[in-house]
Design a protein around this ligand. Sequence first.
Ligand code: SF4
Length: 274
Amino acid sequence: MSTRTTTIGVDRTRATARSGELAEWYAEHGRHDLPWRETRDRWAVLVSEVMLQQTQVARVLVAWPAFMRSFPTPEAAAAVPVGDLLRAWGRLGYPRRAKRLWEAAAIIAVRGWPDDLRELPGVGRYTAGALAAQADDLDVAALDVNVRRVLERVEGRSLTEGAAHEAMVDIGAPLRGRDRLLALMDVGAVLCRPRDPDCDACPLHDRCSTRGVRTDERRSRQPAFAGSFRQRRGVVMAELRAGPAPVGGLDAEALASLVADGLAIVAGPTAALP
Ligand code: SF4
C-alpha cells in the first residue's frame, strides 16, 4: 500500500515520506489546501483556530467559508448582534466560542489588535501563538494537542510547557514560524494519530523514541455527548437559531444555563438569541 487519501483529499506516499525529512514531507504532503491556509489575514486565521479548538476539520471546512462570507472582518462581526454570530455558528457546538469571537471582534474593531493577543476573549496561549505564527510568521512555538502528542512521542516522555517549546524548535528545525507549526500539526493530524499512528510513513521515524508503542500517554477522552447536558443545550440552541420560541416548550435547565452564559435571552414567555 503506497498511497492513501485523508478526509481532505491529501495523497500521501509512504516511500517518499520515509526518505524525506519533516520539511520535505510537509512541502509534498502538508494540508496546504485547507482554505484558511490561503490567507495570512489575522481575523480569518483567528476564526479558523477558534472553530478548530473543539471541532473536527471536516466540519470546520463547511462552516468557515460561510462564516467568513458573512463576517469577513472584525468590524463586520462587531456590527451585528451576537445572535447573528450564534446563528452563523450553526451546529459547530460550544457556542460560547462564537460569543467570545464576537466580543473579540468588538475590541479589535474599536482599538485594533492588542500587542498581547491573549487580551482578546477566548484567546489563550496556544491560540495567540498559533495566530502569531500563521498570520505574522513569527518564530513562536505553539502547542496544541496534536503537536504535543508528536513531540512527546518523539521524545519518549511527557514534556513540561517549556520543554515542549524547546522540543518543538528542535524537532521542527530547520522550519520556523508558520511552516514549523503547520508541518507538526499535519504530522499529528495525518500520521501521528492518537490511535494507530502511521510510523512507517512518518518523516520523524528515524529520530522517534517510541514509534507509537508508548503506553503511558495521558488519554483525554471527550465525555459522551449523547444524553449529556451539552446535548440538551445544543437542542435548545438549535430551536433558537430557527427563531424565537415559547419558553414553556424548551428544556428549562438548559435554557437557564444558556441565558446565564449570554447565549439566549428570555422576554416574558419567549426565548430568543441575543
Ligand atoms: S514515528 Fe510514529 S509515533 Fe513517532 S512521531 Fe512519527 S507517527 Fe508519531
